[in-house]
Design a protein around this ligand. Sequence first.
Ligand code: SER
Length: 305
Amino acid sequence: MLTYKEILDKYLNYFEKNGHAIIPSAPLVPENDPSVLFVNAGMFPLVPFLQGQKHSKGSRLVDGQRCLRTGDIEEVGDESHCTTFIMLGNWSLNDYFKKEAINYTIEFFVKELGLDINRIYASVFGGEEDIPKDTESIEIWKELFAKYGIKAEVGDRIQEYGKNKNWWGLASGGPCGPDSEIFYDTGKPKCGDHCHINCNCGKYIEIGNNVFMQYLNKDNKLQPLGRHNVDFGGGLERITALVQGVSNFYDTDIYKPILDKVKELSKEENITSQRIIADHIKAATWIVMDGVIPGRNQQGYILRI
Ligand code: SER
């Protein structure tokens, strides 16, 4: 069984083999941007480079970025929410574009991790307002699935959504664009006739997202960025659960030892509370790793509570 760390190493090595320079995870506390307390997406530290600043390591980069999100903290304790995660990320800074990006992602999932192509589904941007439908990605997906002997149709294996699902950029603005997400069928039954790949019932899990960053969101107005970047992100905790064949994060090798210890020390059996404690121990450790100490405001306050 591949461990969390082995999956991360496989990802970095696969992209390095394909011309990407491995860059270290940036600190969890943003270095030059006070708009958020913690880095919450793999691309966050790369914004200047996605906007055109030259990166010293070149135009193809890969990393595993530590991220912290408190937006859905109330959901932590169920099977699929946690506050800290590593986001696997690979970037093309005005280098390759859609075809290479989608093919790299699937080759990594299928050939390197052994995920089953028959259980993979894709979403693409279906067009909205003045931004056209991403027909190029649809053709790329069809061709790719055909290589594996799968006849992929729009409306089935490939599904179209609008900006609410298939558009990505930071809330504060900056580089953004249509995206194409990758979903994995967990094998659970559909929740009903209307179940679809973006349904929250747990049948399909999103395992990665290629954002095609060709636009700049400035003061809530879109303008061409003048560059064709790719920003891939995939949650390592989720991917690890699938690769390890377990139904939730807390049974993967990154959480299980913490959860086992929490269970051993608990006076009563309450799995939700035990998972919350395991999650918060991991989050607090990551925050402390970046030099934050408990305090009354900013990052220190999050650590304290
Ligand atoms: N930035 C995109 C996301 O967070 C892809 O990395 O989904």
